[in-house]
Design a protein around this ligand. Structure first.
Ligand code: CMC
Length: 458
């Protein structure tokens, strides 16, 4: 990347000394903690002195009330349903920008000038090809194997065989890998390299869908839809996969190793895997118990989603941060009509999805818990219209999210964050003597060697 695109300075935050007081009623101690005032969002309590100064940990399973540190990339107001990248609303970006520009914005914190954008696109485009070992892996991979695990293995193969130390080259390489895995799943023989002369989304679609001679007639409506999907998935502050990528980067792992970790986390059905699961649920509604009216079938899955003895969840509904509306879902809900009309696709699953959304919106279970459609609810219908199969949806999510993973991992590097290493609240057995196997009999537990020790500092 050209020298002039230098990274902005490290993140800083306004500190409010001793804003909070924590009272330990057992030790009869009072602790002062600083407040951290972000540019937007909730004040954080700086609990980092807890352990060194007061010999205490903060306890927050699943990090529901924990800020992992400073970030200037993306902001979400979950109550208002607002998402911004570098201060620009997602609606503004999907209407007016493109994926390369948003990727630049995430990295550099500012929208690029025309020259910066051209240089950036050229740099990504010219460095999107992968070593022969990755190509050979993809060509020999099982087209029926689990797609996200196959993608993670392809990215790990890249990690094993590259010396490219320029972290943002992973963005183009990821699209080459995802597109060629999609080709492989379609049974196509040729591995298609990236063409730096094409725009990012068109190049991606050409690699995925061209015939084995490389011939592809780009439909501008499909190219535009793919570009918007990539923007909508580009970053989403500290979600599970990004947290995993940041943690991996904090250990000094290479960017490709970090991205492989992110792919594995994104794969889960509660995270990126939900887009595939949504389409499977809509398919189930269309094909199971068809002797019953659709409304009754919808009532049944809503009842199952509410039943605490049933693990079934309404996929594409709910979010850890959004409790009112997911703005990405709102963009997609509007966009789905125009894409289907433009491509002359009549997908009955869209009507089913709308009816499910309506039924949930009338149900106190969903409204009282703030459960509304998230990004995954309508994205699959658009991806189907682009002739992608449900098993490929989460890979498209990854092809977009790599922009946020890379930008956030580099932000962490720039801020020189220490290795991520949480503490725990241990509730297992206290120390005890080893029992030889012949002495165990049916009893395999032993008494504690001594009472619990003072806090272990290791
Ligand atoms: N269907 C039925 N009940 C739900 C659902 C759902 N989709 N989502 C949450 N709930 C209930 C949950 O059972 C709990 O009920 P109660 O208070 O009675 O125990 C309450 O709502 C709060 O849910 P939670 O699981 O504590 O919330 P969370 O913040 O830990 O989980 C979530 C968020 C997205 C994992 C969850 O809403 C979910 O499993 N949704 C379905 C999967 C999905 O669509 N995932 C995509 C997320 S958006 C894309 C991405 O960023 O990856």
């Amino acid at each position: 990347m050209p020298e002039k695109n230098t990274q902005r300075g490290a993140n800083t935050v306004a500190r409010q000394p001793a804003r909070f007081k924590l009272i330990d009623t057992v030790r009869k101690e009072e602790i002062s903690l600083d407040g951290l005032q972000p540019t937007q969002g909730l004040t954080s309590i700086d609990v980092s002195p807890l352990r060194p100064t007061f010999q205490m940990n903060a306890f927050d399973p699943a990090y529901k009330s924990t800020s992992m540190g400073l970030s200037s990339k993306t902001f979400i107001d979950g109550e208002q349903g607002i998402l911004t990248h570098g201060g620009y609303r997602i609606e503004d970006l999907t209407d007016n920008s493109n994926f390369m520009e948003v990727t630049y914005l995430l990295r550099e914190g500012e929208l690029p000038t025309a020259t910066q954008l051209a240089d950036f696109k050229q740099d990504i485009g010219e460095n999107a090809n992968v070593p022969p070992e990755v190509r050979d892996y993809i060509k020999s991979s099982n087209p029926k194997a689990k797609p996200m695990a196959t993608l993670a293995a392809a990215v790990s193969t890249l990690a094993a065989n590259t010396n490219d130390e320029n972290p943002h080259h992973i963005i183009g390489q990821m699209s080459t890998i995802v597109a060629n895995l999609i080709r492989r799943q379609q049974g196509k023989e040729a591995f298609l390299p990236s063409n730096p002369d094409l725009d990012f989304a068109e190049n991606f679609l050409r690699m995925a869908f061209a015939d084995d001679n490389g011939h592809y007639d780009a439909n501008p409506a499909i190219v535009e839809a793919m570009d918007k999907l990539l923007i909508l998935h580009a970053d989403h502050e500290q979600n599970a996969s990004t947290t995993n990528v940041r943690n991996t980067r904090s250990a000094g792992s290479t960017m490709a190793e970090c991205i492989a970790a992110g792919v594995n986390t994104l794969s889960g059905p509660l995270h990126g895997g939900a887009n595939q699961a949504v389409l499977e649920q809509l398919e189930m509604l269309a094909t199971a118990d068809t002797f019953l009216p659709l409304e009754t079938r919808i009532e049944r899955i809503i009842a199952r989603a509410k039943d605490k003895d049933d693990d079934f969840r309404l996929m594409g509904f709910g979010h850890r941060v959004y409790k009112n509306r997911d703005p990405r879902a709102m963009v997609l809900k509007k966009f789905v009509d125009s894409v289907l009309a433009e491509l002359d696709v009549d997908d009955p699953r869209l009507e089913t999805a709308r009816r499910v959304e309506k039924a949930a919106a009338k149900d106190e279970y969903f409204t009282s818990r703030g459960l509304y459609p998230n990004v995954d609810f309508y994205s699959g219908i658009i991806m189907s219209a682009l002739e992608l199969e449900p098993r490929q949806f989460t890979m498209i999510f990854a092809a977009g999210r790599v922009a946020g993973w890379e930008a956030q991992a580099e932000e962490l590097n720039r801020d020189k964050m220490a290795i991520a290493r949480p503490r725990q609240t241990y509730v297992g057995p206290t120390e005890r003597p080893y029992i030889a196997i012949e002495q165990r009999g049916e009893h395999n537990g032993g008494p504690a060697l001594e009472e619990p020790k003072e806090l272990n500092q290791s």
